[in-house]
Ligand binder design. Structure first.
Ligand SMILES: [Zn+2]
Length: 162
């Protein structure tokens, strides 16, 4: 038994010096406007898992006004979503994801992102893919106004005999 889910997340850039993507702190000429740490990649993956489970969206489970989520490490949010997934009897089949950002280059951080994600998702790094592309100077990504992340996840029943 398999279930598929997808999602995307956008965060606007504000003045700052770093951003967090895939749980990696990345030096950048800006920061993101967010209640949590603004990790668009982790938010997209977490919401794609909720989608696969037909459990609404991230905002339903994690309020963006609640004090407990202020400046929160998004990997903690993902860990709670993984708990929901496991309670429902599923594990990660694979995750494919895409970051759209004009600058900086994501390649130096790719391996660390995959490691962080696989650890929290309780799977191997070869089940998690992170791609990145630029906005080619057009749209909000190309104008360096924000970052967009997309994710697709396939969930697999933990016990195939169930
Ligand atoms: Zn977000």
């Amino acid at each position: 038994m398999y279930r598929i889910g997808q999602s995307s997340d956008v965060h606007r850039f504000i003045e700052g010096e770093y951003l967090t993507l895939g749980g990696v702190k990345i030096d950048a000429p800006f920061a993101v406007d967010a209640h949590s740490d603004g990790d668009a990649l982790v938010h997209a993956i977490a919401e794609a898992i909720l989608g696969a489970l037909a459990k609404r969206d991230l905002g339903t489970h994690f309020s963006d006004t609640a004090q407990e989520n202020e400046n929160r490490n998004s990997l903690e949010i993902l860990a709670e979503v993984v708990q929901i997934m496991e309670r429902e009897g599923y594990k990660i089949g694979n995750v494919d994801s895409l970051i759209m950002i004009e600058t900086p280059k994501m390649a130096p951080y790719n391996a660390q992102m995959k490691e962080n994600l696989a650890r929290v998702l309780h799977c191997d790094t070869n089940q998690v893919n992170v791609k990145a592309t630029r906005g080619e100077k057009v749209g909000f990504v190309g104008r360096q106004e924000g970052v967009l992340a997309q994710a697709v996840v396939l969930l697999q029943r933990r016990n195939e005999n169930e």
